[in-house]
Design a protein around this ligand. Structure first.
Ligand SMILES: *Cc1c(COP(=O)(O)O)cnc(C)c1O
Length: 362
């Protein structure tokens, strides 16, 4: 397909073309049922098989066993900012937050509505150029949990090695880098991710939760805000976002066929390197926002010498079929989001354009 553009948007984001083609091909008649999957009962055997397979495939990719459940919840990662403390921050306890960007700040703000919190680290004064070293994180006494954001979508930083806090339950927002690389998922009590960056369409949020955590929720909570409700009912207590879950299932198969998480890591490292290499070769023209040791493989943030040049860059790139490169207002400049679904050719096209644009504007 020649008329597909390179979509560098931070989310919703580009999906593998193979996935979109498969969805198209089976859309009108799903599994010989004479109807599409979005018209079908979520109580049907056909849908139930899809739902169960997505959970199983997600656990297999993450190397998780029966100690974990995978839940499908609506309301985005943003609802998880609230559900996490509502379920796991009881009175008299404290929840610790590691602040590495705007999304961590938002998660903290919701926890504050629920109970006592503690900021275990923040790099706000430095405009979130990096993630902390373990020694810089100071936990409170016996926290109910520690919350981290694995990849900071807006600032373009990422924990290259994820932390571990011993027996303290660790909860992570992985909305913008889930399944982009291997990591020890079994160290986490709960992982959540809105689907629309690395997994599929908006509308579903994946929650990977240790079984014992899903069983011990406060009874006073409204039913749809308890993890237990989703765990007990295979996320089918009410009508789930069937289309989003189904497309996500296709993306999981695509990841598996591409070598699983190790395959994705190789793919993502090669892609990001193409762009970071240009930045490192011409640091006077391309100024990265993130410290080198905290650079994200998913969101690459940089400035040019002047806002007019930045605006021209976005405009000219768009004319060449590379869209979504304008940076978030809290960083300014440019941001190339290169999630799993971005092909290497997209990164090469962008890198070539960067060099050519610099040559004309130096
Ligand atoms: C996009 C994003 C969110 C917000 O996700 P919604 O699904 O829109 O609520 C939260 N955290 C991170 C890290 C994100 O990238």
């Amino acid at each position: 397909m020649d008329d597909r553009i390179y979509n560098f948007n931070a989310g919703p984001a580009t999906l593998p073309l193979e996935v979109l083609e498969e969805v198209r091909d089976e859309f009108l008649d799903f599994k010989g049922e004479g109807m599409s999957i979005i018209e079908m009962s979520h109580r049907s055997k056909t849908y139930d098989a899809v739902n169960a397979e997505v959970e199983a495939d997600m656990k297999a990719l993450l190397g998780l066993d029966d100690d974990y459940r995978v839940l499908f919840i609506q309301g985005g990662a943003t609802l998880q900012f609230s559900m996490v403390p509502m379920n796991f921050l009881p009175e008299g306890r404290t929840a610790d937050y590691v602040l590495t960007g705007s999304w961590s700040e938002k998660a903290l703000a919701e926890a504050k509505r629920v109970g006592d919190t503690h900021v275990a680290f923040t790099d706000k004064d430095n405009n979130y150029k990096r993630v902390p070293k373990m020694a810089e994180i100071s936990l409170s006494d016996n926290p109910a949990y520690v919350h981290i954001t694995s990849n900071n979508t807006i600032f373009g930083t990422q924990w290259r090695e994820l932390p571990c806090f011993g027996h303290t339950p660790m909860i992570a927002d992985m909305s913008s880098d889930i399944l982009s690389r291997p990591f020890p998922a079994g160290h986490f009590s709960l992982i959540y991710a809105g689907a629309q960056k690395n997994l599929g369409p908006a509308g579903v949020t994946v929650v990977i939760i240790r079984k014992d955590m899903a069983e011990s929720n406060p009874e006073a909570l409204p039913i749809m805000l308890r993890y237990q409700t989703y765990a007990k009912n295979n996320s089918l207590y009410n009508t789930p976002p069937v289309f989003s879950i189904y497309v996500m299932g296709k993306v999981l198969k695509w990841i598996k066929a591409g070598g699983g998480l190790a395959g994705m890591a190789a793919h993502n490292e090669a892609k990001a390197k193409i762009i970071y290499d240009i930045m490192d070769k011409f640091p006077d023209f391309f100024k990265g926002h993130a410290d080198k040791g905290s650079r994200s493989l998913m969101n690459i943030t940089f400035r040019l010498p002047g806002e007019e040049l930045e605006a021209a860059f976005v405009k000219e790139a768009t004319a060449r079929g590379m869209i979504g490169l304008k940076g978030h207002r809290s960083v300014g400049g440019l941001r190339a989001s290169v999630y799993n679904g971005m092909p290497e050719a997209g990164c090469r096209a962008l890198a070539d354009f960067m060099v050519e644009f610099m040559g004309r504007n130096k």
